[in-house]
Ligand binder design. Structure first.
Ligand code: FMN
Length: 258
């Protein structure tokens, strides 16, 4: 790509990293309806998840967790239990309370600018006791998992879409976070995008620490092919300013440690 183009893009993207200086009339200030807090996908099977994590935590020493955290890419053959998976979903997007009558906000285990929480969590499951391989979606409000269906040649397709990273495709669980930008844009308009990218970092960091607490390892995945990953999850990858637009923004591999 031409040097001039790259320089121009770098300038634009650096501006996006700065604190916003312009005053924007957001859709919230215009009185427009708030977007929904969660996507409803009508999965074919519902998996009820526990909030009792007493028996899954193996390491409760906070300093030890912080020091032990590294990106771990090698996992044992052992499957995760549904209790462990429930703990990881709770730690990353669990909803502790919903406030407000008409204009609702969720308070979760992770922070988010304006409590907008613009993410949905999808799972590529390979090895979780009692769950068949395939694609799942976390319904954070209900604290339930829904089964969306099998993925043909799952390991091959996931590997191709996620930068040929076989350890991610073969991991017992692949977390994928999509963003629905309008959830944050509704309040922050053109200031939303910086916030959403910061927000998703909190989500993945909680996953790292929660994994350490239960004898699992995690590795963040930022290298993926946007159109292929979006296609795998059924999203339209074309540029869009639609309120419904949703696309993959981050992922992470998870498995038990050897
Ligand atoms: C935003 C982000 C994207 C990343 N993407 C990948 C990735 O695609 N593949 C991978 O193997 N590691 C990925 N990592 C992990 C980094 O390589 C890792 O955090 C870094 O080497 C530091 O090692 P540590 O996490 O063990 O401290 C990513 C980390 C972050 C924060």
């Amino acid at each position: 790509m031409a040097d001039e183009y790259v320089k121009q893009r770098i300038m634009e993207l650096r501006e996006m990293m700065k604190a916003p200086a312009d005053d924007i009339l957001s859709d919230q200030l215009k009185g427009l309806e708030q977007p929904s807090l969660e996507r409803k996908l009508g999965g074919s099977k519902i998996i009820y998840l526990t909030k009792n994590f007493e028996n899954v935590i193996k390491n409760n020493d906070f300093l030890n967790l912080i020091n032990a955290r590294t990106s771990k890419r090698k996992y044992s053959e052992e499957a995760l239990t549904q209790y462990e998976l429930a703990f990881l979903l709770w730690s990353t997007q669990g909803i502790k309370s919903i406030v407000g009558k008409e204009r609702k906000a969720t308070f979760r285990t992770v922070p988010s600018a304006g409590a907008r929480h613009p993410f949905e969590t999808y799972l590529f499951i390979n090895k979780v006791i009692g769950l068949k391989p395939g694609l799942y979606h976390y319904m954070a409000i209900e604290h339930q998992l829904e089964y969306l269906g099998p993925i043909e040649n799952q390991v091959e397709q996931v590997s191709e879409a996620f930068g040929g990273q076989k350890f991610f495709a073969n991991a017992p669980v692949g977390f994928v976070w999509s963003v629905i930008p309008y959830r944050t844009e509704w309040r922050y308009s053109t200031h939303a995008h910086k916030y959403a990218l910061i927000d998703v970092g909190h989500v993945c960091e909680n996953l790292y620490l929660a994994c350490e607490a239960i004898g699992c390892g995690a590795c963040a995945i930022g290298a993926y092919n946007q159109p292929l990953a979006d296609k795998l999850l059924g999203f339209d990858a074309s540029p869009s300013a639609d309120k419904e637009a949703e696309f993959v923004v981050y992922a992470a591999a998870v498995g038990k440690l050897e």
